[in-house]
Write a protein that binds this ligand. Structure first.
Ligand SMILES: NC(=O)c1ccc[n+]([C@@H]2O[C@H](COP(=O)([O-])OP(=O)(O)OC[C@H]3O[C@@H](n4cnc5c(N)ncnc54)[C@H](OP(=O)(O)O)[C@@H]3O)[C@@H](O)[C@H]2O)c1
Length: 247
C-alpha cells in the first residue's frame, strides 16, 4: 500500500530568485513553484538574495545585468502572498543590517526568518544580533563550511568531536542549534544524512562551545562575487560592496 504523508506534517520552503525580484513577477514565480511542487501553499518563501539580475545574466555578470531592486514593492507582494494564503510565512536571505533596517521601515509583516551563512569560521554576529533584536528567526546555511571550506577537518572541531565522542559534522550542527539558529546541512550520502540528524539529546558543554566560538572568522564561503560583481562596470565592483562593507 502506498504510504501517504499528511501535508500538515511537511514543512516546505522555497526562494524567489534574483531575476524575479520585481513586484509583478513575485506572484507568478510563486505560482510556478506551487505548480512544480503540486501544492496549494508553501510554509516559507524567502527572497534569495537582495539583488536583482537580468534574465539570462552571466556568471560573473556582464555590464547592465545587475539591476536596481524595488525592495519595498517586492516585499509588499510577498506580504500579499501571505494575505492570500499562498505562503504561511515570508523570509529573507543574505541581508545586511543596512538592508534589513531599510526593509523594516516599510514592512507590514516582519520577516519570519533570515537565512545566512553561519558556521564557527563565519559567525556573522552583526546580522544575527540585529535579527534577535527584531524577533526574526535565523537559519544557518552552509553550517559545515560547505564543500569549499569544509570544517569537518578543522583541528579544533576534530578535538571537540573526539572529546564528546561525536563526529565533527554533528558538532558543527549542534553548535548552530545551541547558538539559537535552525540549521540546514546538506549531504548527498545516506549515511551522512543519518549522522547529521543525531544532534538531539546531548549538548556541547559551555567550555567546548566557547572553544568553537573562538575559531577565527576568516572569510564567508559564499561571497556573492560570482553572481553580482562586475569589477569594471559595477554597480558592485567588489564582494565587500555586495555586503555594504559591513563585514
Ligand atoms: N540562502 C542561500 O543563499 C543559501 C546559500 C548556500 C546554501 N544554502 C543552503 O544551505 C544548505 C547547505 O549548504 P551547503 O551545501 O553550502 O553546505 P554544508 O551543508 O555546510 O556542506 C555540504 C558539504 O559538506 C559535506 N558533508 C555533509 N555532511 C557531512 C559530515 N557529516 N561530515 C563531513 N562532511 C559532510 C557534503 O558532502 P557529501 O554530499 O559528500 O556528504 C558537502 O560537500 C543547502 O541545502 C542550501 O540550500 C542556502
Amino acid at each position: 500500500m502506498e504510504a501517504r504523508i499528511d501535508r500538515k506534517d511537511l514543512f516546505v520552503t522555497s526562494k524567489l530568485w534574483c531575476t524575479n525580484l520585481v513586484p509583478e513577477r513575485v506572484r507568478p514565480a510563486l505560482e510556478n513553484t506551487l505548480k512544480d511542487l503540486q501544492l496549494d501553499y508553501i510554509d516559507l518563501y524567502h527572497i534569495h538574495w537582495p539583488f536583482r539580475l537580468k534574465d539570462g545574466a552571466h556568471k560573473p555578470p556582464e555590464a547592465g545585468e545587475v539591476l536596481e531592486f524595488d525592495m519595498e514593492g517586492v516585499w509588499k507582494e510577498m506580504e500579499n502572498l501571505v494575505k492570500d494564503g499562498l505562503v504561511k510565512d515570508i523570509g529573507i536571505c543574505n541581508y545586511t543590517v543596512t538592508k534589513l533596517d531599510r526593509l523594516l521601515r516599510s514592512a507590514k509583516i516582519t520577516p519570519a526568518v533570515c537565512q545566512m551563512e553561519m558556521h564557527p569560521g563565519w559567525k556573522n554576529d552583526k546580522i544575527f544580533e540585529a535579527c534577535k533584536k527584531h524577533g526574526i528567526h535565523v537559519t544557518a546555511y552552509s553550517p559545515l563550511g560547505s564543500s569549499e571550506k569544509n570544517l569537518a577537518h578543522d583541528p579544533v572541531v576534530e578535538k571537540v568531536a573526539n572529546k564528546l565522542n561525536k563526529t565533527p559534522g554533528q558538532v558543527l550542527i549542534r553548535w548552530a542549534l545551541q547558538r539559537g539558529t535552525s540549521v540546514i546541512p546538506k549531504s548527498s550520502k545516506d549515511e551522512r544524512i543519518k549522522e547529521n540528524i543525531q544532534v538531539f539529546g546531548w549538548e556541547i558543554p559551555e567550555e567546548d562551545f566557547k572553544v568553537l566560538c573562538s575559531i577565527k572568522d576568516e572569510k564567508r564561503v559564499l561571497t556573492g562575487e560570482e553572481l553580482f560583481v562586475n569589477k569594471t562596470h559595477g554597480p558592485y565592483k567588489s564582494a565587500s560592496e555586495v555586503w555594504d562593507h559591513e563585514n
